[in-house]
Design a binder for this molecule. Structure first.
Ligand SMILES: *[C@@H]1O[C@H](CO)[C@@H](O)[C@H](O)[C@H]1NC(C)=O
Ligand SMILES: *[C@@H]1O[C@H](CO)[C@@H](O)[C@H](O)[C@H]1NC(C)=O
Length: 322
């Protein structure tokens, strides 16, 4: 092989890989495209090449942190006959093959940090063999068990209302599954009144009533672990909305009572005025004058005695009937 010119050996390798239907096809650089590791664990980022290093051969590893484009990838390691690690990576990893001139440019990280996640580019450059040169891209995911989630209540917990319980774990890779549960001895609730979303962590409670009261526990979990948070729900009229509602009712009742009292008072006053008018009749000289002939036998009592009300109660009675 060594006797063959570089392009030729490259072509032979390409032909061989093609014949065997290799996944790598004609790629000059092969990598493990998806790598997963937990925080604190060691991991290896594989990068293999088939070219024979000649003069000017270099290896470069670059890293683009999660969420940043590949073009912003920053150098981690450089080899041009000598190995250079950037300062922040010194003592954090090693080349699996050192010097990396026998087909492997793989690196091993001793202890993975969450910030190590992202895209890695392994770049092989061999001026003697451009066909055997090229980049390999590694998508590195740092797995994390869910961080302690935060539980919250969205809405007013009074009877008949709908509310949403929320649960969120800020850090979890892969994305966590959320499950809600109640105390073991809790009263069974109608299932159609509870809607759980295991992806978002929400639990909708419909048409609240007293049996909904109690402790709700949310568990966020993924392949690496789980964490919980709890929320205590108390379904009662004790909420501010209900206090306001009661205030409105009380005000209404007071107004109603006031109205009734005033109505009665007015009615009483009117009736009183009527009866006073009746009482006045005898005292009114004109009225007594007109009234007397109807009831009084002439000469029974002198007209000047009209000041005595009692005497005229009988005579005025017919006027009430009229
Ligand atoms: C890397 O892999 C993860 C999980 O498989 C995926 O969600 C993400 O989009 C990938 N990132 C890139 C840059 O390909
Ligand atoms: C709400 O619950 C009450 C009993 O707590 C029931 O009488 C009523 O029909 C329910 N309303 C709806 C819309 O489901």
């Amino acid at each position: 092989m060594k006797a063959l010119p570089a392009p030729c050996s490259s072509w032979i390798l390409w032909a061989v890989f093609s014949c065997f239907g290799s996944v790598s096809g004609g790629q000059p650089v092969t990598v493990e495209k998806l790598v997963f590791a937990r925080t604190g664990e060691p991991t290896e980022l594989t990068c293999d090449y088939r070219t024979q290093p000649g003069p000017g051969f270099t290896v470069e590893w670059r890293h683009a942190a999660m969420g940043t484009p590949a073009i912003e990838a920053r150098r981690v390691l450089y080899y041009n006959g000598k190995v250079y690690w950037v300062e922040s990576w010194e003592n954090r990893g090693v080349l699996v093959q050192n010097p990396p001139v026998q087909g492997s440019a793989s690196i091993r990280i001793f202890s993975v940090q969450p910030s190590d996640a992202g895209l890695y580019i392994c770049d092989i450059t061999n001026p003697n063999d451009w066909a055997g040169s090229g980049p390999g891209l590694v998508n590195f995911t740092v797995l994390m068990p869910p961080s302690t989630p935060t539980c919250s209540v969205n809405g007013e917990a009074y009877p008949g209302n709908d509310i949403t319980l929320m649960c969120l774990s800020s850090h979890a890779v892969p994305a966590p599954t959320y499950t809600w549960s109640r105390e073991k001895n809790a009263i069974q609730l109608p299932l159609q009144n509870m809607v759980e979303d295991q992806q978002t962590g929400s639990l909708i409670l419909r048409n609240l009533s007293a049996p909904f009261s109690g402790t709700y526990t949310c568990r966020a979990s993924n392949e690496l672990g789980g964490a919980i948070c709890t929320v205590v729900l108390s379904v009662s009229y004790n909420s501010s909305a209900m206090v306001a509602g009661i205030a409105v009712i009380v005000t209404f009742v007071i107004l109603l009572l006031l109205g009734a009292v005033m109505g009665y008072f007015l009615w009483y006053k009117k009736r009183n005025r009527k009866s006073t008018e009746e009482g006045h009749n005898p005292r009114d000289p004109r009225e007594s004058a007109s009234a007397t002939p109807l009831t009084r036998s002439p000469g029974d009592r002198p007209p000047h005695h009209s000041g005595d009300g009692e005497d005229h109660l009988i005579p005025t009675k017919p006027s009430i009937l009229v």
